[in-house]
Design a protein around this ligand. Sequence first.
Ligand code: HEM
Length: 228
Amino acid sequence: MKWSQFFNTSIGKKLLVGATGFFLCSFVIVHLAGNISLLYNDRGESFNAYATFMSHNGLIQFIAWGLKVVILLHAVLAIQLTFKNIAARPVKYAVKPGNKTSSWFSRQMAFMGSILFIFPVVHLAQFWWAMHYGTNVPVVTYEGSAHEYRDLYLVVQEAFKMPVNVIIYVLGMIGLSFHLIHGFKSACQTFGLNHKKYNGIINFVGVWLFGIVIPVGFALIPVVIYFK
Ligand code: HEM
């Protein structure tokens, strides 16, 4: 069987969803680590220096465009798999299997995935577009440095002064939490990593790191900026 044929099968697609999912898991860790500098009390110097470096480094820009392709691929394949699963089960179960065969998180994947599909569109339009193509982003300089930065820090601060944005981000992060709790475990299972020996650590990382630390960390940024 050719690779192109393999990736058209359900198992091929599942492997691609898992692999792209792992890549996105590593992205959220790096993205949160960079965004924490939004909370430093330095009038945005660290954050603007970080954002400028990220948007001017050739290798990072190459990875950043790859990231957008990966997000699309992950979403499209996951949607295809969901429809394939529904089509394979044309007659609804007389008795809903409920918690016996699938967790609540796994049954909410498509719904949470849709929230997560809307969130990046709103998010990229707000910040990424402003950074790269926005025409009304002011330029800022800092004492002791000749560098001029596009003041993305100010764009973020202004955005999170609006309660509606804070609500969108907090809801988005609740969606992210549910999605990652199930998604991380499911990707580990797809790659055959679920084994009595490793299930404890997979559960711990899935729930604590991807379900709590990362989404709460992201959600705290708009909340702290709003109340500052
Ligand atoms: C409070 C939460 C967040 C804040 C303040 C934030 C902030 C930002 C900013 C300022 C940018 C533009 C940086 C640049 O282009 O140089 C950006 C880009 C981006 N963000 Fe976020 N972000 C947050 C959460 C998230 C989450 C949860 C995700 C995904 C699940 C995400 C995905 C992305 C992506 C894909 C980009 C484009 C990266 C690139 O092309 O360079 N962000 N974010």
